[in-house]
Unconditional design. Structure first.
Length: 293
């Protein structure tokens, strides 16, 4: 984008989906797959491939296409799961899939000579410096290539993230080591810049066009027991991020301990206090952002 051209931005009005956050994430992935504009020989990179779900969706939809898909995940235990899930599927498809456990920025820096037609960032904006990520992605994209971002905000949880992080810092033995290193580094789990700032950083990284679609989850919840609320936080609030960070046999131990640790007087959702046995409304914004080089 040259200095004289005006940025093109389109922000669609939110609609409302009833259900749990993980269901919303699945729908967001489906929407992202529809935006891929895949063609024969297309080079695709997914940053934050997690357990391989998005790659599996791509393989299923474009099973006859000769694609090259690279998946990168910063958590070793997640990439191991992805490899097992994708191994059989990839053999039956024309696509070539490569999965790697590595830091996202380091991967992009090491492959600047390799150009991609599509780069997908799946719920990783909380784990990296956004401006550096956007500049790095721009460098590995071909002209007119697309950068697709899936992200969600947790700003509606007042006081919850701080308490969660504090309790996690006191219990490192319950986490996978790679995940706990992230807690130590960032001192928090989940913060996403406001949409306007994210779009601004994309234009600053020289992307010529950005379209942002906002969708919201709207649900009503009620918890009778503190541990039920703690489980919900781990499983649902941040796309199940915390559950995957915990060791498998430590999840229930963490939830029970977190429930006892919580200062209930300082926990609010959408500015409203949570009271056991009383229903509260849960609204969570999720964004699908498409930036074009």
């Amino acid at each position: 984008m040259d200095g004289t051209s005006k940025p093109s931005t389109s922000v669609k009005k939110p609609d409302y989906w009833l259900g749990l956050t993980n269901k919303l994430v699945v729908k967001a992935q489906d929407a992202a797959v529809e935006e891929l504009d895949v063609f024969e020989g297309c080079n695709i990179l997914e940053l934050g491939c997690n357990d391989g779900e998005m790659i599996l969706k791509i393989l299923k939809k474009y099973k006859e296409h000769d694609l090259h898909i690279d998946g990168v995940e910063s958590r070793a235990h997640a990439i191991d799961i992805a490899k097992k899930r994708i191994q059989k599927e990839a053999k039956e498809k024309a696509a070539k899939v490569s999965l790697k456990h590595q830091d996202y920025i380091k991967y992009l820096g090491a492959c600047e000579k390799k150009k991609y037609d599509i780069v997908i960032a799946s719920f990783i904006l909380t784990n990296v410096e956004n401006s550096k990520l956007f500049r790095s992605v721009y460098k590995v994209l071909r002209e007119k290539g697309k950068f697709i971002i899936l992200t969600k905000s947790s700003s509606h949880f007042e006081g919850l993230e701080e308490q969660f992080t504090k309790y996690a810092m006191q219990n490192p033995h319950l986490f996978h080591w790679s995940s706990f290193l992230h807690i130590i580094t960032h001192k928090k789990f989940s913060y996403v810049l406001p949409l306007k700032e994210t779009v601004g950083l994309l234009y600053k990284a020289k992307f010529s066009k950005v379209m942002a679609t906002e969708k919201e989850i709207l649900s009503e919840k009620k918890f009778e027991e503190p541990t039920d609320f703690a489980r919900w936080v781990c499983e649902t609030c941040w796309s199940g991020q915390h559950t995957s960070n915990l060791k498998k046999d430590k999840k229930e131990i963490f939830c029970k301990g977190f429930a006892e640790f919580l200062d209930w007087g300082n926990v609010r959702v959408n500015k409203e206090p949570i009271r056991l046995g009383e229903p509260f409304k849960f609204i969570c914004p999720l964004y699908l952002i498409i930036a074009e080089k």
